[in-house]
Structures are given as structure tokens and as C-alpha cells.
Design a protein around this ligand. Sequence first.
Ligand SMILES: [Zn+2]
Length: 193
Amino acid sequence: MKGGATAFGLRFSPILNGHHAAAPPLSSGRVLVLNQSYEPILICSVKKALLLLFLNKAELVESRNGAVIRSVRAAYPFPSVIRLHAYIHLPYKKVELSRRNILRRDGFACQYCGTRSAPLTIDHVIPRSRGGNDTWENLVTACIPCNNRKGNRTPEEAGMRLRSVPRKPNHIVFLRNFMGTIEQEWRPYLFGE
Ligand SMILES: [Zn+2]
């Protein structure tokens, strides 16, 4: 990596600390941020994490494979997980009820047959014509064949079973599902492993 990031007037360039573990470039590295309670709350850039560490707003919990970031005066572990010193009361942003978010919650899989390949629609578990509402609990992802087969019936009437109980997702579910690649060091905080 050429150059490096600059923060606080210091120039950082990730280098290897003995071993041949690759230090990810600062620009692409991602850091898991834990609340004071150790609850994962968001993902931030390495630069932002360094800022929080330098400002003493957070502490380093896990670093990446012995990689270090070296400044003129010192070397710092490459952050992978940090924990905020203060507890942040999150307004627990409501996950918006939308077609896209129903699909995301359901992992883009039909909740009746499990397919991910057929075109997907949104099914009212209790049909709208029968008093079913637009709620997280009553909307599920269904492929077109399953939706057609079910028609204007409840799953019981159609002899179809939902693969999981539809629930309102919280932000942690979305964090887990949508953070993309999960760094090894994050797993204990995300999955309790
Ligand atoms: Zn289906």
C-alpha cells in the first residue's frame, strides 16, 4: 500500500507485524462498533475508529491478525472491534415496513417453499380481503407459484406452512444480515460464539 491515511496530523501506513498476515488497506477496512454494553451497533471505517480511539471515546477490543498501523512515533494495532466508553441510547430506529425490507428480513427466499430463484412477491398471510393487514407479522416473501397456489386463502386452508414465524425485525437482525462479509474477530460479538 502506498501512502496511507492521515489523522491528527499523523501519517499512517499499515504494515505487517512480523507475520505475513495481510493488513487490509485503511480505506477498505471496516470496524465493528460495540455499545458500552457490548451490543453491536454499527460498522464504521478504520479512520473513524482511529478517531474514536484517539479521542478516547472508545477502547480497542479486537485487532486484526497482528496487523499494525505505524505512525512516525508509534505503532497501533489495526482495529477490528472497538467498544464505546459511553452507553449510547439508540432511538432504535424503526426498520421501515417496505417490500424491500420484507424481502431482506426473509433472506430473499420464499417463506413457503424456500426458493430463491423464482420471482418473488409479497404475500398477505391472512389475505387482505379477509381482514389481513399490512404488518410485519402478516407480510411474507412468497414466490409467484406459491402465491398463486395459496390464492385468497390462509396457509392452513391452503395446506401450506410458513418456514418461519414472520416478525418485526430489529436493527441487530439487519446488522447481521446486511453487513456483508463478517470479519472473524466480529463473530463472538454478533453470534455469541
Ligand atoms: Zn414458493
